[in-house]
Design a binder for this molecule. Structure first.
Ligand code: CIZ
Ligand code: SF4
Length: 320
């Protein structure tokens, strides 16, 4: 509508004035992803967002996502101003992995290599040997396992179990979960599959094991998007945040995408699988970050930044 259009126009002007670029996650609302594309920013997973921000010539990054993504961008781009639409947007995995308790867990197993998911605070990353995102976690754990390393994995227990099963690695798990993916229900998914027998099921491995077991393809956001393009099926049932439908539909407009059910009653829930924190990234919040940076800027303590950069760079070098 007119109000939204006005916000978009103001944001475009502000981005140019401040030499800023909008970096958005696949789980943000469709209008935010569309705006990032229209303004030559990027729409990506957390690994690609961090890389894009690091390599871009902008002075300011507007990171539309959740706090750990802003922190990761700042760690990789210390000389850029990193703004977020809201600093309130967090993640249940980050919240469920406080650094003091996690460090104690690590200290109790000093012979283990500490591998943490990107969905953690800068302080937790600083305690880790490796940072991984879901698009590269499997390869990195495989590599560590082949060197005979024992692993501490945190914080997502479902992703950890999935990787453990795939690789057979020796892994001690932190017991975190994503509030979005943890809600997918196997019985309702089985019913939906009966209704759409030709549909392929795409699952993000932050989902519970019984959902992963029903998948035709398991992978990170970017891997699921690639699968939805590559596979011949006309219909897909998708178990991840519904924000991803924007990109899937854009790249395969002739295909049909259906949300995996989060309710136990067999009905598909049209708005359940959406991260409440990702949803905080609205147009108004972006405009306010660009007009009044205060209260929107990400800072990471310099000593902490240096420590967190080591396991992050390890991942980025491995991903080359
Ligand atoms: O669930 C998330 O927050 C994901 C998938 C992050 C990422 O790595 O893009
Ligand atoms: Fe965290 Fe889950 Fe939201 Fe991703 S979707 S930011 S893992 S709560």
């Amino acid at each position: 509508d007119a109000e939204k259009q006005a916000y978009k126009e103001r944001i475009k002007v502000l981005l140019r004035e401040k030499n800023a670029v909008l970096v958005a996650h696949y789980y943000t609302d469709p209008e935010i992803q569309a705006l990032a594309e229209e303004t030559n920013g990027c729409v990506a997973d957390s690994l690609e967002m961090a890389r894009f921000g690091r390599d871009h010539q902008a002075d300011t990054l507007i990171v539309a996502g959740v706090k750990f993504m802003g922190e990761t961008s700042k760690i990789l781009s210390p000389n850029k101003k990193v703004l977020m639409p809201t600093l309130e947007a967090t993640c249940s995995l980050d919240l469920g992995c406080p650094v003091d308790e996690f460090s104690e867990f690590c200290d109790a197993h000093p012979d283990h290599t500490v591998v943490v998911y990107a969905n953690t605070s800068a302080a937790v990353k600083a305690r880790a040997d490796w940072v991984v995102t879901s698009s590269i976690a499997l390869e990195i754990v495989e590599h560590l396992d082949s060197e005979g390393k024992k692993i501490i994995w945190g914080p997502d227990r479902h992703l950890g179990s999935y990787i453990q099963k795939q690789t057979g690695a020796d892994m001690l798990m932190w017991q975190g979960a994503c509030v979005v993916h943890d809600e997918f229900k196997a019985k309702a998914l089985a019913n939906l599959k009966q209704q759409y027998p030709d549909a392929a099921v795409l699952v993000h491995p932050e989902s519970p094991q019984n959902i992963v077991e029903m998948a035709d393809a398991v992978g990170s956001t970017s891997q699921l998007i690639a699968a939805s393009q590559k596979m011949d099926n006309e219909t897909f049932i998708v178990a991840t945040d519904r924000g991803i439908f924007y990109k899937m539909q854009q790249l395969a407009p002739e295909k049909t995408f259906i949300e995996a059910p989060t309710g136990g009653n067999g009905a598909t829930c049209r708005s359940c699988a959406h991260c409440p924190w990702m949803a905080m990234n609205g147009l108004q919040a972006i405009e306010s970050a660009l007009t009044d940076g205060s209260g929107h800027e990400i800072f990471v303590d310099e000593a902490l930044r240096h420590k967190a950069l080591i396991p992050l760079d390890r991942m980025l070098d491995f991903a080359q």
